[in-house]
Ligand binder design. Structure first.
Ligand SMILES: [Fe+2]
Length: 318
């Protein structure tokens, strides 16, 4: 298929939260992201991570009906709503008839069933926002990626790469095997040991594609096995088996869609310490190896108002 220009650029990432005061504390005071207020009457505020505006709206608002709680939708700025609608139709994407905008702007929305569970909001205009920086340096350089669960990476690629024109950055497969250790102890000849044949049937892992939107990647993950894994692989924290189980369970419970925001940080150990000082509990107290040569650490969503967030420190790529 012929490569097409991207349908548009990111206008904002939409986040829905129940307690906006706590959300302000999390994003501005704990993560030290610059903050801005919208001038219309909606119960919403914005924070900025690198060039990306994150629009945080109240879970009771009309806008929140378009997506799930936590990371909720992605807004794309396009030259023309009409052209965007035509482009979507070409890509097999249906539009949601409820075309609610915000800040007096017109908008059209994709039917999330046709965009991997992600409501895409298309707008023609941006919003002027006056950001106020935190008085200490931000823990975050930019949004690294949005984590997304999907059933079929091929479909994901058809929608986002071939259809909407955002380039494929890379693909990755994570696998995990049990390797039996065979040990023979003999009273006369001593101990001999050897590693047996790896057993691949326990957890097959994950495959992921990274799609570049111009500001951050969409990390679209497909589990290669079921949600329930035989111990120990599915229960070892930070293992591929546990990641596979988590994505598969998310698909079973909520279907395809947005899962988490990853913030790129220049100093993951410093960032972990700083958020813990603000009462955030970490799933990963110590950074662990992540995708694309990174170290990552997830925050416990029970201490982040229900939104799943993680840090990544990216190692330089040759
Ligand atoms: Fe991630």
């Amino acid at each position: 298929m012929k490569k097409r220009a991207p349908v548009g650029s990111i206008e904002h990432v939409g986040v829905t939260m129940k307690d906006l005061r706590a959300a302000r504390r999390l994003f501005h005071e704990t993560l030290r992201l610059p903050i801005a207020e919208y001038l219309d009457k909606e119960d919403a505020f914005a924070v900025k991570a690198g060039n990306t505006v994150i629009r945080v709206v109240d879970a009771q608002s009309n806008e929140a009906k378009h997506g799930r709680s936590g990371v909720s939708h992605v807004a794309v700025r396009v030259a023309s709503l009409k052209e965007a609608a035509d482009r979507c139709e070409d890509a097999g994407i249906s539009m949601d008839p409820d075309q609610a905008g915000s800040n007096g702007r017109r908008a059209i929305w994709s039917d999330p069933k046709t965009t991997l569970g992600i409501p895409l909001q298309f707008v023609e205009q941006g919003v002027e926002l006056k950001f106020q920086a935190h008085n200490a340096a931000s823990l975050v350089e930019r949004v690294d990626h949005l984590g997304i669960a999907c059933h079929d990476g091929k479909v994901a690629s058809d929608i986002y790469v071939n259809g909407l024109g955002w380039p494929l950055e890379c693909t990755q497969t994570d696998s995990e095997f049990l390797i039996p250790m065979e040990i023979t102890s003999n009273d006369k000849y001593g101990v001999a040991s050897r590693a047996g044949t790896p057993i691949p049937t326990i957890g097959s892992g994950l495959s992921a594609l990274f799609v570049w939107t111009g500001e951050f990647d969409l990390e679209i993950m497909q589990p290669l096995g079921p949600a329930k894994l035989r111990a120990p692989l599915g229960s070892v924290p930070g293992s591929v088996g546990q990641d596979q189980g988590a994505i598969a369970r998310a698909l079973d419970a909520r279907g395809e869609g947005l899962l988490h925001i990853c913030f790129k940080t220049p100093d993951i150990r410093g960032a972990i310490k700083a958020v813990k000082d603000h009462g955030i509990k970490m799933i990963d107290d110590q950074p662990r190896p992540g995708a694309r040569g990174s170290e990552i650490a997830f925050m416990d969503r029970r201490t982040t108002e229900g939104i799943l967030l993680h840090f990544a420190e990216r190692l330089p790529v040759d």
